[in-house]
Design a protein. Structure first.
Length: 733
């Protein structure tokens, strides 16, 4: 299955693999086993005993025909990660950018795992975590090729370099292609301490290049999970319990057995898969299937009750402190002014453009999967447990993802397809969810509330800040022990980064701070949503700071600057976004603006939202963005990610909400869960700030500042202070 090829050459991955098969000459450089010592998360099921197996763990292969295949450890969700990673490898190696093919490993291995012990494409880690390991591996390969080239050309190694896929001796003009050296280089020991290229030789990263996946997508050749076609393939549609905690009580498959094309009805966790010769046949039968689900204690649950529970959490006593710094009682006792506010955000669906879909060809001895997944080890572990398999019996063919946003870290589609395939004798089965399945029986960003309280002195500076968050502790489902996490990060206790990131690590210089989390569980499946906790803690904190600035009559920018002494990155992006938006200059009549800045995922992003009111509702005209993500590997991609983040965040702030009634989700499709429309999309102007900061993420940090900047602009326009999202619930969208 072809993932991508260079935009400048007809050379494809299939051509490269054919050449490799013919010559069997390649060089494989192993990745340092960075995640090997990391413990498996507590929530992960134990794997059955498995025989020792040597899994492929390489970053790059060089064929005898000079073709270069990069084996990349993260998936491509449309954010350009593969292109950025290929830039890093190609630059350090000295590769010919027009001879590149991209692969992903079929099995998770230690070489491809993050520090928490799993192969996953999450947390905006694609570049910031993998930059150094990829660069190191490419440098190792380069040194090995140069050593062989020095022997071939009879010159010292320090007189050679690698350029455009050749070992080059500049003094004589002689050059040898990588493919001629690959076999001999493979026999050499891998250098333990590779020498990296100096900054003045880094000519490919830091520049916008055409994405490697663009040609295949433009031509309609890119293979997504929904595009997979295999010989003798059947199709599956799901019927799942509408109440999240429910399961199957009874299935009468005779209700659909005689419908056209039906091959099997398969029970799966929380429901059934109907397998047929076409997906339409399967879907029609799934709707008619006589199936009864179990009753649960949550059958009458609704959104109002969830909000009541969260509000009770705001008033709870004896909640353990996560952060305690200074003397809050004394600061509040001497405050010139006290500002208080409560905030609430709803559950959100991920609504990836490509619905949940996966294909399996399965027997009791082997499982082959074709799916777009962010969670390779999650899929592996779930299928080991559910299917009674060993890790070496599972192969994952990773397709492109039509969006991920955290939703595709879960494994339910793999399990459903695996059981469906087994039910029809191992024939491949593609299981495809409808949009309504994903919105009504999916995974959601958690609902959260916060109570913020600040003491301000006579000069308008915050002397004390008290933050209480109320809501689920989602990290426990991902193996996070809140007390152990707190201890490891120098905090007190009860710190779930999926709930408190952005508050426990805030950059504002406030002498007296307390933060805690009243844990309120909800019987609903929860899943990280783009920027996870920062998507709501950014709204809580930045909205509150804007309210504090207004309470003391200070400009929002000046107010923040007064609380950011020594915070170079925060100040730099604030200065840049203020310059871009001409913050100090008056706006045209009818235009209003708001400001916010959030540090998350190793990057700092400031945003200014400009809007005007139209028929009593805000129309966002322009968003100015400034980001410091360290060195921008591909500036064009950084700008595109900021644009996409603004669109995601704005759509969610305006109308995003999953409501619960009678224990189930009430929304079902884009008609009642609307996304931002093209006509509503604002102009986005992004400035990249490079001041020598460490590498940061890009896919998520653009989301958190949008909502607080939006409500600040709305307050300027209407005088209304909005503390609950989405705006549609306030009659403002």
């Amino acid at each position: 299955m072809t993932h991508s090829a260079s935009t400048h050459s007809p050379f494809t991955r299939r051509d490269f693999l054919r050449a490799q098969a013919a010559t069997a000459l390649s060089i494989a450089i192993p990745l340092p086993v960075l995640g090997q010592a990391a413990p498996t998360p507590a929530a992960a099921p134990a794997s059955p005993p498995a025989p020792a197996v040597r899994l492929p763990s390489a970053f790059l292969r060089i064929g005898a025909d000079d073709g270069i295949s990069f084996i990349l450890p993260t998936c491509e969700m449309g954010q350009g990660t593969h292109t950025g990673q290929a830039q890093i490898l190609a630059e350090e190696l000295g590769a010919d950018w027009t001879r590149i093919a991209i692969e992903m490993p079929k099995q998770p291995a230690p070489a491809y795992r993050l520090p928490f012990g799993q192969m996953r494409s999450v947390g905006s880690f694609g570049i910031r975590f993998w930059h150094d390991p990829l660069r190191r591996a490419a440098a190792q390969a380069r040194m090995m090729l140069i050593e062989v080239g020095a022997s071939r050309l009879q010159v010292p190694t320090d007189s050679l370099d690698t350029i455009d896929g050749h070992v080059v001796h500049a003094a004589s003009g002689r050059r040898v292609a990588f493919g001629e050296l690959a076999a001999a280089a493979q026999a050499l020991p891998v250098p333990a301490q590779p020498v990296l290229r100096p900054a003045n030789q880094r000519t490919l990263t830091g520049k916008p290049v055409t994405r490697l996946d663009t040609p295949a997508k433009v031509r309609g050749q890119a293979v997504y999970a929904i595009d997979v076609e295999l010989p003798q393939m059947l199709y599956g549609a799901v019927r799942l319990a509408p109440v999240f905690a429910a399961d199957v009580a009874e299935i009468d498959d005779s209700s659909v057995r005689n419908m056209p094309g039906i091959e099997a009805v398969v029970r799966v966790p929380r429901g059934a898969v109907v397998v047929a010769r076409s997906w339409w046949q399967a879907q029609q039968a799934a709707q008619r299937l006589a199936i009864r689900f179990t009753s649960t204690p949550h059958d009458a649950l609704n959104s109002a009750q969830i909000s009541e529970r969260l509000r009770a959490g705001l008033d709870a006593r004896d909640v353990p402190l996560s952060v305690q710094r200074g003397d809050l009682p004394a600061a509040f006792a001497t405050a010139a002014r006290v500002v208080e506010a409560d905030y609430e955000v709803p559950m959100l669906a991920h609504v990836c453009m490509e619905p949940i879909v996966g294909t399996a060809r399965s027997s009791p001895e082997k499982l082959e999967l074709w799916l777009g997944t962010q969670g390779h080890d999650t899929v592996r572990m779930a299928c080991e447990r559910a299917g009674g398999l060993r890790a070496d019996q599972i192969e994952i063919n990773t397709t492109y993802l039509g969006g991920g946003f955290g939703r595709k870290t879960h494994a339910e589609i793999a399990i459903q397809a695996m059981f469906a395939s087994r039910a029809v004798g191992g024939r491949p089965v593609k299981v495809l969810w409808q949009r309504a399945d994903d919105i009504q029986q999916g995974q959601y960003r958690q609902p959260m509330m916060a109570r913020m309280r600040a003491a301000l002195d006579a000069q308008g500076r915050i002397t004390a800040l008290r933050a209480r968050v109320s809501g689920p502790q989602m990290g426990r489902a991902y193996g996070v022990n809140p007390d152990q996490y707190a201890q490891a990060n120098g905090l007190l206790r009860n710190v779930d980064p999926f709930s408190l990131a952005g508050l426990v690590d805030m950059r504002y210089q406030i002498p007296n701070v307390e933060v805690d989390h009243a844990v309120v569980d909800v019987p609903i499946p929860l899943c990280p949503w783009r920027s996870i906790a920062n998507s709501f803690t950014g709204f809580f904190l930045e909205s509150f700071l804007n309210e504090c600035a207004a309470a003391v009559g200070q400009d929002a920018l000046a107010f923040r600057r007064n609380h950011l002494q020594g915070q170079t990155r925060m100040l730099a992006v604030l200065d840049r976004v203020a310059e871009s938006a001409r913050w100090g200059q008056p706006l045209p009549a009818g235009r209003h603006r708001g400001l916010a800045v959030v540090d998350s995922y190793g990057s700092t992003v400031a945003e200014v939202v400009e809007l005007r009111m139209q028929d009593g509702k805000p129309r966002v005209e322009q968003v100015f963005v400034a980001i410091d993500c360290g060195r921008a590997i591909n500036p064009g991609q950084v700008r595109q990610q900021m644009h996409g983040s603004v669109a995601d965040a704005l759509g969610a702030a305006l109308r995003g909400r999953v409501s619960i009634g009678e224990g189930r989700a009430l929304q079902s499709n884009f008609g009642d869960y609307p996304l931002l429309r093209m006509a509503e999309s604002p102009r986005v102007q992004t400035s990249i700030v490079e001041i020598g900061s460490p590498l940061g993420g890009v896919g998520e940090p653009g989301v958190p500042p949008l909502a607080p900047a939006l409500v600040a602009a709305l307050r300027s326009a209407t005088g209304r202070t909005v503390r609950n999202l989405p705006l549609s619930e306030q009659g403002l969208a």
